[in-house]
Design a protein around this ligand. Structure first.
Ligand code: ADP
Length: 434
């Protein structure tokens, strides 16, 4: 919006006309200077008066109609009124947008908050009160780490590496009445934290876990009995051509069932352990890698080139030794099973960046297509079912690895290309957990 210059020019004309009138009046009356001074004084007074009216009108918060004086002041008031009413409309629009945004965030069923530097709470919705015990008015501006004291949660925040990746943590609400899935999403220099109530989902998951654990446990005894009898049959009838084939087949299948049940039971144990850390100790990685290498040599039986590359300066990792051993053994056994004879397998233990420690198994095997990578850690997910079964796989190895790593707040990174081998890397945070 432009100020009309013609009103300014008119005012200049008016001033010139006024001055000429004053000069003439001064000459006629013989009091030239006095008439000029009185005229200019009255003119200044007129401006001062309208300036006062303007200040009064502009300082009122309400948008009232402006006074309508004569001359340039009329145009000034008119121009300012238009400007103010436009601003008023704009701020009403922003206000209503903000209201709608607030209503929308309140309608979100999840606790949502924006965190700034040093985890300071910049904004939070009312669900944060029931889910996390935070007070929307009182707690804004305070660091979240001072309000939520769960060591697991603080470790989760501190392990955040600012690489722009979203991270998720499952934890109990501070009053222990809910189970929450907390997502931390970085944007710009801030974070969006979303806590979702997954209590029901957690209960269903517990029922499923218990069911699988119980069924596996119940099947173990009858299967041991069947295996025992099969051994006896094999002893007595193993040389009889009529039965030998079927007995061998039955033994193979019962062995496979035993392996599946053992893996299911191991998976249940690891899942149950995920919530606590009482088994955590300092694991001597140099020793463990040495044991794993010997196991690998025995498994491969000379069919592969097996090498080890470890950083001796990092001898210890805080964790559950038997779980870590199961996870690492699964990765090595996969590398051996899915790498053709003559291939190479490398086991590595090294530091990555400032905070990460990695246990890695690389093979020159058949590799995996990109589309499968995301689903590999699902139970019973196999790229090729026949190949997995033939090599003695249960389809549970990588699911076990995933849960062991979850328990250690670590993650599994997989790089693979068909025909170019695979790299399975377990990435641990160096700092203590829990
Ligand atoms: P399995 O007992 O079938 O090996 P896992 O959970 O250990 O089950 O692995 C899931 C699938 O991932 C396997 O069936 C296989 O297709 C693929 N896989 C795992 N490790 C490798 C590897 N090193 N090279 C190629 N494929 C692999």
């Amino acid at each position: 919006m432009k100020f009309d210059a013609s009103s300014y020019i008119k005012e200049v004309y008016r001033l010139i006309f006024g001055l000429i009138t004053l000069f003439m009046l001064g000459f006629i009356t013989g009091y030239f200077w006095a008439v000029l001074a009185v005229g200019l004084f009255l003119y200044a007074l007129w401006h001062l008066y309208h300036l006062k009216v303007l200040i009064h009108w502009i300082s009122s918060s309400e948008l009232s109609l402006p006074p309508e004086p004569w001359g340039i002041w009329g145009d000034v008031f008119h121009y300012l009124y238009r400007l103010r009413s436009q601003q008023h409309k704009r701020s009403r629009k922003v206000q209503s947008l903000l209201e709608r945004y607030k209503e929308a965030t309140e309608a979100v069923p999840d606790a949502t908050m924006i965190l700034g530097k040093r985890w300071n709470i910049e904004w939070l919705n009312s669900k944060c009160k029931s889910y996390l015990g935070l007070k929307p008015r009182k707690d804004i501006g305070k660091p979240l780490t001072h309000l939520l004291h769960s060591p697991e949660f603080i470790a989760f925040l501190e392990s955040f590496d600012y690489l722009g990746e979203t991270r998720t943590l499952e934890m109990d609400s501070p009053d222990k009445t809910r189970h929450l899935s907390v997502r931390l999403i970085p944007f710009g220099k801030r974070f969006l934290l979303i806590a979702r109530d997954i209590t029901e989902f957690q209960q269903l998951r517990d029922v499923r876990k218990d069911f699988v654990a119980n069924v596996s446990h119940e099947l173990r005894t009858p299967l041991t009995v069947i295996s025992g009898y099969l051994e006896t049959f094999a002893e007595y009838l193993g040389n009889d051509e009529m039965y030998a084939g079927s007995i061998r087949m039955m033994q193979q299948q019962s062995d496979r069932m035993c392996r599946i049940i053992e893996d299911l039971l191991l998976l249940s144990r690891v899942e149950a352990n995920e919530k606590n850390s009482h088994q955590m100790a300092m694991v001597n990685m140099s020793n463990l890698v040495e044991i794993l290498k010997n196991e690998a040599l025995a498994m491969s039986n000379g069919r592969h080139q097996i090498s080890v590359d470890i950083d001796k300066s990092i001898s210890f990792l805080q964790g559950d030794e038997s779980e870590l051993r199961s996870a690492f053994t699964n990765l090595i056994s996969n590398a051996i099973r899915y790498t053709p004879d003559g291939g190479a397998i490398t086991i590595r233990w090294y530091r990555k960046g400032k905070k990460q420690l990695c246990f890695e198994v690389e093979d020159t095997g058949e590799g995996i297509e990109q589309k499968h990578l995301e689903r590999l850690t699902e139970r019973f997910y196999r790229v090729e079912v026949g190949r997995s079964r033939a090599s003695g796989g249960t389809g549970l190895g990588l699911a076990i690895v995933k849960h062991v790593l979850n328990h250690h707040h670590a993650r599994l990174l997989i790089r693979s290309e068909p025909g170019n081998g695979s790299v399975f890397c377990c990435e641990f945070n160096e700092q203590k957990f829990n």
